[in-house]
Design a protein around this ligand. Structure first.
Ligand SMILES: [Zn+2]
Length: 467
């Protein structure tokens, strides 16, 4: 995908140092150039995830059956403060390596477990040890944003981190809607430091239009502001976001499962608000943007069909195309981060952040007729053959380069062991297996006997009762 979203076939891409130097058929290349055969595959821009709580990766999959309420109780109220700097390091390391493996070359680490500067240093150490591009979005759910952004330690840390091409900086906090606007001081710090703010907005039951209105009234909505989710806002809030030029980071797998609101691409694209994609957290969901693209396209289309059906209509042409969600996963992220001039597309002069999807062992990788459709609905992270970040090969022949996965695993295992001991076995199990609310199977007018079929071993009927 180049800057005009053209699909170029039988072209070569030449990377020299950290940049794309040439694109064209049968390129002449300098002697000593390493050649990577991309025939039968797709070369696409490195994908960009604009909202990922990397520190939670050490608890991968633990909260698969959570609601947002259960997530808040577990991390914000009960166990988030148990995480030590080394646990933040372990989660970040695993999540950062996972991102590269899946072709996500830039990740915003929405790091809201930074209770102390030592936690923040651990987060940064992990990100710097992985050859990907990251943005540390500094946050701390255990204290008010005005407090933690107001300390001299935070200032010193932020100053120390400024202006790095491989590691950017944002400030991450949420706006409660309290009419006193206690977040005002944190916004002022961000403005002083000239750092963008990223905020979970339009989260059902947590953040709403009041927060947007307060931000707008005080002049804190800027083109660099990233509104995560924005799934349950009014038209007025969408107008304010559109008018001030900010973008929305849509985490469809998250919104579908946790309940922030319906994945909002259907409404934000109607307002012309720029979109980027994100995975949120792998304590619940997957951590790759193939899943994000697929979920987002499907959710948007599902909403459109539902809206038509309630009016008795039929959708005969899909409005949202595969090409558009690939754009969101690449250029959309670059724009959200103010990096559209050097990331997000395969163009001469841009950074050589490139992904090659190719898998000769997969029957799902041919025929390759519609590249955008193939990337969204056919390909998956296992098909990522090669990844370049800043011109450096970080994955080749389906294997990460220079990553000691055994060491990462050992570190994560130590964190899991520690957390499990801190919680105790009962809490650990309770956290992972929340109660299922009672549900009744509806009466069925076509059932005229008591017999419901004894189809499963052990005599369980289809409604779960033992016969
Ligand atoms: Zn989030």
């Amino acid at each position: 995908m180049d800057g005009r979203r053209r699909v170029l076939t039988d072209h070569d891409v030449l990377a020299v140092d950290d940049r794309i130097a040439a694109i064209g058929p049968a390129l002449a290349v300098p002697e000593g150039t390493v050649e990577i055969d991309a025939a039968g595959g797709v070369v696409l821009p490195g994908m960009i995830d604009t909202h990922r709580h990397l520190w939670q990766t050490a608890m991968r999959g633990y909260g698969a059956d959570w609601t947002l309420t259960q997530y808040f109780v577990w991390y914000y109220l009960e166990w988030g403060k148990t995480f030590r700097p080394r646990d933040v390091h372990a989660g970040n390391l695993l999540g950062a390596v996972e991102a590269l493996d899946a072709g996500v070359t830039t990740t915003v680490d929405w790091s809201h477990g930074l209770r102390t500067i030592e936690h923040a240093e651990a987060a940064v150490d992990a990100l710097r040890s992985v050859p990907g591009r990251f943005v540390l979005a500094y946050g701390n759910i255990q204290d008010s944003p005005a407090n933690w952004t107001g300390t001299p330690e935070f200032r010193a840390f932020a100053d120390h981190l400024a202006g790095d091409d491989m590691l950017g900086f944002q400030i991450a906090f949420d706006v409660t809607g309290d009419p006193e606007f206690p977040e005002k001081a944190a916004f002022e710090v961000a403005r002083d430091l000239d750092v963008p703010v990223t905020t979970h907005a339009g989260v059902w039951g947590a953040t709403n239009d009041d927060g947007i209105r307060l931000m707008h009234d005080h002049g804190f909505m800027t083109p660099r502001t990233v509104y995560v989710h924005s799934a349950s806002l009014s038209t007025d809030s969408y107008h304010r976001i559109a008018a001030t030029g900010g973008s929305v980071s849509v985490s469809t797998e998250s919104e579908q499962s946790a309940g922030q609101g319906y994945p909002p691409t259907w409404v934000i694209r109607a307002h012309g608000i720029p979109v980027s994609l994100s995975m949120d957290t792998s304590v619940w969901w997957s951590g790759d943007l193939f899943s994000a693209m697929r979920a987002t396209l499907s959710a948007d289309r599902a909403r459109e069909h539902m809206a038509a059906h309630t009016k008795g209509d039929t959708v005969t042409h899909s409005a949202l195309r595969a090409e558009q969600v690939v754009e969101w996963a690449t250029m959309g992220g670059a724009r959200a981060l103010g990096r559209e001039s050097d990331l997000g597309s395969v163009e001469v002069g841009k950074k050589a952040d490139l992904v090659l999807i190719r898998n000769e062992h997969s029957p799902a990788m041919f025929p390759l007729l519609n590249p955008y459709g193939h990337v969204v609905f056919q390909a998956q992270r296992g098909d990522v053959d090669t990844v370049l970040v800043n011109g450096r090969i970080v994955k080749r022949d389906h294997k990460l380069v220079g990553v000691d996965l055994a060491a990462v695993r050992a570190e994560v295992e130590r964190t899991v062991e520690y957390l499990r001991a801190e919680l105790g076995e009962q809490e650990w199990q309770k956290g992972m297996n929340p109660d299922v609310p009672a549900a009744e199977v509806l009466d069925n007018p076509y059932t005229y006997t008591e017999y419901r079929g004894d189809t499963r071993p052990g005599g369980q009927s289809s409604d779960g009762r033992t016969q």
